[in-house]
Design a protein around this ligand. Structure first.
Ligand SMILES: Cc1ncc(COP(=O)(O)O)c(C=O)c1O
Length: 266
């Protein structure tokens, strides 16, 4: 089921998301002080839930924010029970004000291919690797990319090293090798990226410049909601193939691994 009423659990109280409330005086809202996750639901089955909860714990620990993991787990189970057999996504939020939020959502529609425009971006060192509620800069970068006529931003450090788009990882093929930016350069430890590194042989991790990425033969974005999405152009320069052969290989390998994991977990 893909058309459904979005439901939210706030500290275990479940109701339609449109009617859910939290107290206004929460630094999650006032200062973006909190952490979040987005998890795909395939016919009500969450994919990689343990990894997402582990990352939420790491993000929260970095923020010095405590939350009751067992309570959140129980609230997720109750919410999914209430939601029924939906294909969608599950958002988890923990706020400085102490709220635990779990919400079902429709998955955003992504086209088969996308276009990206580079946006210069300096990582906030203390938030590196933290999936915090302070995503204003990421959202602004996407708007700036759209102003340039692209669908999505590609965050690039002032030293020209390519990081990632605001809500996904990037992979590309150059010199015959499939590459992605190393976590140590300041990108999020994406769970889709992790699965691709396991499922597709020969991916090289490192630091490459925008010019090196632009000269590639193909590229794709990877994330929970996109899975694997081909990139058609970077800064208006068309890539030779979209989707190219390594992109198709990654799509197939990810789908197979995902289906095996879902079958084993449920
Ligand atoms: C900055 C950033 N990079 C990468 C990703 C992709 O991560 P995942 O594969 O865990 O969804 C996200 C997800 O929203 C993100 O916010």
């Amino acid at each position: 089921m893909s058309g459904f009423t979005e439901l939210a659990s706030v500290d275990g109280r479940i109701g339609p998301t449109a009617e859910a409330v939290i107290g206004l005086k929460d630094d999650g809202l006032y200062r973006g002080d909190g952490a979040f996750e987005v998890i795909r639901l395939y016919d009500r089955r969450p994919f990689a839930l343990d990894d997402h909860i582990a990352r939420l714990e790491r993000s929260s620990a970095s923020l010095r924010l405590e939350f009751d993991r067992m309570a959140l787990r129980a609230e997720i189970a109750a919410l999914l029970e209430e939601a029924g057999p939906i294909d969608g996504q599950l958002r988890l939020i923990v706020t400085r004000g102490g709220r635990r939020i779990a919400a079902t959502e429709s998955v955003p529609v992504h086209a088969e291919t996308t276009t990206v425009a580079s946006v210069t971006y300096q990582t906030t060192i203390v938030l590196n690797g933290v999936k915090s509620l302070s995503y204003g800069a990421n959202m602004l970068a996407t708007r700036m990319a759209k102003e340039q006529g692209a669908d999505e931003a590609l965050l690039v450090r002032p030293d020209r090293i390519v990081l990632e788009p605001p809500t996904s990882s990037i992979f590309w093929v150059a010199e015959g090798t499939l590459r992605t930016t190393a976590i140590a350069e300041g990108v999020l430890a994406s769970i889709t990226r992790d699965r691709l590194l396991k499922a597709v042989p020969g991916i090289e991790e490192g630091a490459w410049t925008l010019d090196q990425v632009k000269s590639g033969s193909e590229a794709f974005l990877a994330s929970t909601t996109r899975e694997v999405q081909a990139v058609a152009s970077i800064d208006g320069v068309a890539l030779p193939e979209a989707p190219g052969p390594r992109t198709r290989e990654a799509q197939e390998a990810f789908t197979a691994l995902r289906d095996r994991e879902l079958a084993a977990a449920n």
